[in-house]
Design a protein around this ligand. Structure first.
Ligand code: FES
Length: 104
């Protein structure tokens, strides 16, 4: 079942930017690339760094703590099989919505 959550204005995440939000009690990272908007878990798989504060280059985000890099379209770490959870994203009427499941 979908659980679309309004997390931000689209204007708050312009092309080439990342955004850190909270949705369904989870930190979520939003990315705006030339291929559209994407969302992953907001905590880096290394030591929980704020990946939503990372630098975005194309579709690759770099964690601000120790430099792990992920493809934001798949959540896949660039040098291993580790990956971040990914969430569907859409923009409606200037708002960013993410489909984040509610955890019990
Ligand atoms: S916490 Fe992200 S690279 Fe270490």
């Amino acid at each position: 079942m979908s659980n679309w959550i309004d997390v931000a204005a689209a204007a708050d995440c312009e092309l080439g930017q990342t955004l850190e939000v909270v949705a369904a009690k989870r930190m979520v990272a939003i990315y705006h690339t030339k291929d559209g908007y994407f969302a992953t878990d907001g905590m880096c798989a290394h030591q929980g760094g704020p990946i939503g504060q990372g630098e975005l280059c194309g579709n690759i985000v770099t964690c601000p703590w120790h430099g792990w890099q992920y493809d934001v379209t798949t959540g896949k770490h660039q040098l291993s099989s580790i990956h971040l959870d990914c969430f569907p994203v859409k923009v409606e009427e200037g708002r960013i919505l993410v489909d984040v499941p509610v955890e019990d």
